[in-house]
Design a protein around this ligand. Structure first.
Ligand SMILES: Nc1ncnc2c1ncn2[C@@H]1O[C@H](COP(=O)(O)OP(=O)(O)OP(=O)(O)O)[C@@H](O)[C@H]1O
Ligand SMILES: [Mg+2]
Length: 184
């Protein structure tokens, strides 16, 4: 799994320079990341898949908290580590949020077989560490890559993960996202 993390970190640097999609600079606090998540949530509808990439402590869960606020779902979005997936039912008429942590998973083939209270068709599915795994779920996906421009993945740098700005690269893949303007 460490290998995948390193790959993700390396890939993230390239994604920040990608010509397509939106690249956003998020100033150094978690509230700003949640605010950006709320804006992305405005674009999301039932059946959508969001794949989150970025090193430990990048802000994937924090971004997902903003998605949950924007979608208006029940429950506090937190790290789903150890439970694979957590379902947040909608408070209103919108879709549920299915929040998946694939860090320890070798495959997401079983996700459909999990007895989730909401089907993926009726939900927005967000997968942390989903790069290379979540693609089996849908040909359409929103790829969100979060990096810390300052600091790396050493232990000392990780201790600094609670502070600092972030870069967020967002790219839509597949017909669902063709022509959709992503919030910058
Ligand atoms: N600009 C920022 N954006 C996001 N998080 C930030 C920012 N500045 C500080 N933080 C803090 O960084 C930490 C990010 O943690 P978070 O759990 O969201 O990361 P993660 O990518 O989900 O990590 P993991 O790989 O362990 O799942 C939080 O403590 C958050 O408050
Ligand atoms: Mg997380």
């Amino acid at each position: 799994m460490t290998g995948r993390g390193l790959e993700a970190a390396a890939g993230a640097q390239g994604a920040g320079q990608a010509g397509d999609g939106a690249v956003v600079h998020v100033p150094g606090d978690a509230d700003a990341m949640r605010a950006y998540g709320r804006r992305v949530a405005d674009l999301l509808r039932a059946g959508d898949l969001v794949v989150l990439t970025g090193p430990l402590g990048a802000g994937k869960t924090t971004f997902t908290q903003g998605l949950g606020e924007g979608l208006g779902v029940r429950g506090q979005v937190a790290s789903p580590t150890f439970i694979i997936a957590r379902v947040h039912p909608p408070l209103g008429a919108g879709p549920a949020l299915v929040h998946v942590d694939a860090y320890r998973l070798g495959s997401l083939d079983e996700l459909d077989a999990l007895d989730l209270d909401e089907s993926l068709e009726d939900s927005v599915t967000v997968v942390e560490w989903g790069e290379g795994l979540a693609e089996v779920l849908s040909e359409d996906r929103l790829e969100v890559t979060i990096t810390r421009p300052v600091g790396g993945t050493s232990d000392a740098d990780l201790e600094q993960a609670d502070v600092g700005e972030r870069h967020v690269a967002v790219r839509g893949v597949g017909p669902r996202w063709a022509g959709v303007v992503l919030p910058a």
